[in-house]
Design a protein. Structure first.
Length: 267
């Protein structure tokens, strides 16, 4: 098992893409990606989450071949050079399998295993720790007037049903992610955050992926690269409401914040 209930994990975002919403083009060469991974590990990251396709609102999908060319050399090099846990951020089963073969231990699927029918088979074949996220629609259309009768109930029921199904098939380690910003309005995102403790009833670790997102920018009118204070505030709230894994860009600053919140949260 990778995750323990007794601590908070810091997942460092490594986008090896030209077009991710806040750091696209910064780490899409092998040398830059390795430098970034090493820096995040030194700053306190527990997991390096490697992604080769932007899933920002209105983004287009990339081919399997293109995604493989972007992520597999990076996964292989990180695995060979550093002692760390590697996560592959993909909804394509072939990319996930190749990443696992090259050292990844976690599948981080924004579609909750819904976009590719073979993803479940890959996860079960390797008994990979699996992060299932809720999304409404696809990255290309998810922010076109998303609507819920009750966003908390709908997201909760999806994650509960999906996690129970995977557990019944034998998958031993499942993480749930409510999918902040993925087919949700500003108010939906804050409702989910306020009610995050409800998701603990599913009995899976909870991941919060809030770093630099529009739920900060729409409140503050600050661009993504300047949203660190808002990110720390939201991540702190998420931990107090039950989050076990924090996925973020700025490791050193969030590491410090997490240590303080953990100390505060000790009974």
């Amino acid at each position: 098992m990778i995750f323990s209930e007794n601590r908070i994990y810091l997942m460092g975002i490594l986008n090896v893409t030209p077009d991710s919403f806040s750091d696209g083009g910064k780490y899409n060469t092998l040398d830059n990606a390795l430098f970034r991974a090493e820096k995040m590990l030194k700053e306190g990251a527990d997991i390096i989450d490697v992604g080769g396709e932007s899933t920002k609102p209105f983004s287009e999908s990339v081919s399997i071949e293109n995604e493989l060319e972007r992520v597999i050399p990076v996964v292989e090099k990180i695995n060979r050079n550093f002692k760390c846990i590697i996560s592959i951020d993909t909804y394509k089963s072939r990319v996930a399998e190749e990443a696992i073969k090259n050292g990844a231990k976690i599948i981080n699927d924004i579609s909750g295993f819904c976009f590719d029918d073979d993803m479940e088979k890959v996860a079960l074949k390797y008994n990979a720790a699996s992060i299932i996220m809720h999304i409404k629609g696809t990255p290309k259309d998810m922010q076109i007037n998303p609507f819920y009768e009750n966003v908390v109930d709908e997201v909760y029921n999806f994650l509960k049903d999906k996690s129970e199904r995977l557990k019944s098939k034998g998958l031993s380690e499942i993480v749930i992610d409510p999918g902040f910003g993925f087919g949700k309005s500003l108010e939906d995102n804050y409702k989910l955050l306020r009610n995050l403790s409800k998701f603990k009833e599913i009995n899976c670790p909870i991941l919060a992926g809030i770093s630099r997102k529009s739920m900060i920018g729409k409140v503050t009118n600050i661009p993504p690269e300047d949203r660190l204070p808002g990110t720390i505030a939201l991540n702190s709230i998420a931990i107090l409401n039950g989050a076990n894994i924090i996925r973020c860009h700025d490791i050193a600053e969030n590491f410090q914040a997490i240590k303080i919140v953990e100390k505060y949260n000790v009974p």
